[in-house]
Design a protein around this ligand. Sequence first.
Ligand code: ZN
Length: 424
Amino acid sequence: MSDRDADVGGLQDHSLGNEIVGRIAELGGISQSKEHLARLFLTREHRAAADLIVSWMREAGMRARLDAIGNVCGRYEGERPGLPCLMLGSHYDTVVDAGKWDGPLGLITAISCVADLNRRGRRLPFAIEVVGFADEEGVRFASTLLGSRAVAGTFDESALNSRDRGGMTLRQAIADFGLDPDHIGAAARTRRELLGYLELHIEQGPVLEERSLPVGVVTAIAGATRLSARLTGMAGHAGTVPMALRRDALTGAAEAICAIEEFCRTDHGGLVGTVGYIHALPGATNVIPGQVSFTMDIRAPTDPHRKRAVTDIVRQLEAIAGRRNLALQLNVTHENRTVPCAPWLKTQIAEAIAAEGLPVFELPSGAGHDGMAMIDVADVGMIFVRCRGGISHHPDEHVELADADTGARVLLRVIENFRPQPAV
Ligand SMILES: [Zn+2]
């Protein structure tokens, strides 16, 4: 205990955790709706949140500003001005009916760590930048990671013409927010400026809780393949067509869905597959379903693993369709690559966790994160913090004070002991 305290500058018990939990509540109070938390990209409440985050950054000794897409950017100089930075961040937009922790925990924790360094007058041989990404969830405009893509220099300008449900373009929304949509290019950073990108985030799953661990080292952000499937058979009268003569698309889909579940369940390599949507036609109690559409979402910790799984699943669906005399049509609707966390950053996170006297446990992230965009401009590392019941994107999302504090201690240790990767 005592040497831990000495190592991180004589912190009081839970002093960081208390500040973090208080700020989570404060930020979580900024919502478009009184009934639930919703803070969508470029809304008035999103702007109020940005202003609050800027004030916290300044209080922590950072220079802070908004870039042209609405990312909140703070910089804490190193031993001398202008040094390359270790970038820390997470997002401050939310889904609708969100929890308070998804995104803000990583952002607020990073600010609290910098504030702690600042209080102690500690300067490091590198700068620290903290970024609150403006759009990770992608709820308002049909595109995710707009904030981190702008920082990574991969923002697609054509997205400016996309419209929200009310018909407003992204370009107009940025202008109304008080920013210049023609300057998004200036938000882009270069690999030379960044020593690495580190994000702390709630796990959004139950694995850490099941193992009674407050924190974990993320190995990779799993890639995903999404497909839409359509099975076509023959609609018919529920009373007159004998069972042997039916071409029921819905029972075929049921068999297909169970086969997908069984395939993923018996994989043991972190493969997950979900059918989250199904629609049967004509959709009447007394009619044999002639056509069924459903979706699939397949994720795995590596790209080859996921691609192999998709191929095998497709083969099984074809066999089921063939046996049942159904036509099968498949479309890949979305595909994104797996983003591996950098081994050298994983090592430094593991060292920090071990220095806290905790077991080091590695796990992949099944959910997407800003690191998926940041990988184009920096090596990526992630720390997961346990959340109650694995619940996320839900008002019951919760992190215990002690876990928020542990996460902060780990992040602070990583920062203070950070060693840039030697140039290769
Ligand atoms: Zn998130």
